[in-house]
Design a protein around this ligand. Structure first.
Ligand SMILES: [Zn+2]
Length: 52
């Protein structure tokens, strides 16, 4: 659980905003947690960038 999860789950961040915040926070977060957050965001709002 990090600031992104907290803000996203209380509705302060949209999935697209959380994804951008994740990009900035990534170096400070555990790689495993980054994956968890990405999965959570993909579930909430499929990323247009992730389509082949
Ligand atoms: Zn988190």
């Amino acid at each position: 659980m990090c600031i992104i999860c907290i803000d996203f789950e209380r509705g302060a961040l949209k999935a697209s905003e959380a994804r951008r915040a994740l990009g900035e926070m990534r170096p400070t977060l555990d790689a495993k947690h980054v994956r968890e957050v990405e999965d959570k965001l993909d579930e909430a709002e499929p990323s247009p960038a992730s389509t082949p």
